[in-house]
Design a protein around this ligand. Structure first.
Ligand code: SF4
Length: 204
């Protein structure tokens, strides 16, 4: 009997101009959907799709070949939410956003962590309302932490460091996430974690 077990994965078109999917990507996804199945769009610029567990590696490879980015679902760092890079790839730091995403997305953490990037101070990627937010400022980067988008007590994040180079930014963000993964309590949100240990102590 064929194994019908399925696993849910999150997919999107990767980091680029806007949050777009092309026809080939849509066709590739639909190969694994029945007529009555639905795609779920979450608030992280991702789609949830269920694929057969037994074939997940080959399907993820097929999705990747079609230019889709695939991420685990659950208590992981989500793929980087970004602005639309309206002023141009280099000017708005898209390569840096891609590298940051490569380094942090999919890392296990106590509960889902939302990180966001925005290419200028207009902040279309909503970094101030994310657990970890990056805002490009000329050719440097400002880092915000502890934003909270949900609930009546929604809060903007606090500026932790400013004028960082890309390498400095990667290092600090990775250190913060490693600390949260190691010492955050089970299902403790990053917002609560920052309250408990104090923003100045996030980097150890
Ligand atoms: S944050 Fe700036 S670069 Fe990014 S989409 Fe908004 S205006 Fe354009």
């Amino acid at each position: 009997m064929e194994n019908s077990e399925k696993i849910k994965i999150a997919i999107n078109g990767g980091i680029g101009f806007g949050s777009k999917l092309n026809a080939k990507q849509l066709a590739t996804i639909s190969n694994y959907m029945d007529e009555k199945e639905e795609l779920e769009l979450n608030t992280f610029q991702q789609l949830y799709v269920e694929i057969p567990t037994a074939k997940q590696e080959e399907i993820i490879e097929e999705f990747t070949q079609a230019g889709l980015a695939c991420y685990p679902v659950g208590n992981f760092v989500k793929s980087l939410r970004t602005c639309n890079f309206c002023k141009g790839e280099e000017a708005e730091g898209m390569p840096m956003a891609k590298e940051l995403n490569r380094r942090i997305a999919g890392r296990p953490v106590p509960i889902t962590l939302k990180a966001a990037y925005t290419g200028c101070a207009l902040g279309c990627g909503e970094p101030m309302l994310s657990d970890i937010g990056v805002m490009k400022n000329r050719d440097r980067y400002n880092l915000y932490v502890g934003g909270k988008a949900k609930g009546k007590d929604a809060k903007v994040g606090s500026l932790l460091l400013e004028n960082l180079s890309p390498e400095e930014l990667y290092e600090v963000v990775e250190k913060i996430i490693a600390g949260y993964a190691a010492t955050g309590k089970k299902r403790e949100t990053f917002y609560k974690y920052t309250k408990r240990i104090g923003i100045p102590h996030l980097m150890g």
